[in-house]
Write a protein that binds this ligand. Structure first.
Ligand code: 5GP
Ligand code: ZN
Length: 114
């Protein structure tokens, strides 16, 4: 989609520190990391929010979550633990309207989140 930051990162038009990509998924370092590991796992196809998902996206969502787990394993944080978050719309603080799974780890975190 034109003027979507994460579509532009997915296509290579805007650079990012890419840690993984395949035909459907790209994962890159967050520009403003909130933990020692902070990676965004993103579908290459534009989907604005979780509210826009359909049954056709079920496979893709499985790929995103399994990729986050694989990256956590690569980073050695799988047994210590990590957090995976989709922010949706205003109250959750979503700022980029192309779905992205935050993978955060490498430090202990609080619950409930702020
Ligand atoms: P949200 O607030 O929508 O859940 O998360 C958006 C995330 O994208 C934020 O954590 C923010 O730091 C990250 N971000 C915003 N702009 C860029 C960018 O240009 N490059 C990268 N790598 N991350 C970005
Ligand atoms: Zn997009």
């Amino acid at each position: 989609m034109a003027n979507c930051l994460f579509c532009k990162i997915a296509s290579g038009e805007i650079p990012a520190k890419i840690v993984y990509q395949d035909d459907h998924v790209v994962a890159f370092e967050d520009i403003n990391p909130q933990a020692p590991t902070h990676i965004l796992v993103v579908p290459k196809r534009h989907i604005a929010t979780l509210n826009d998902l359909t049954h056709d996206d079920d496979q893709l969502l499985g790929e995103l979550t399994r990729r986050a787990a694989a990256i956590a394993r690569d980073r050695g944080i799988e047994s210590g633990g990590y957090r995976t978050v989709f922010n949706t719309n205003r109250d959750a603080g979503q700022t980029v309207f192309h779905i992205h799974l935050h993978l955060l780890g490498g430090r202990s975190m609080q619950w409930p989140p702020g």
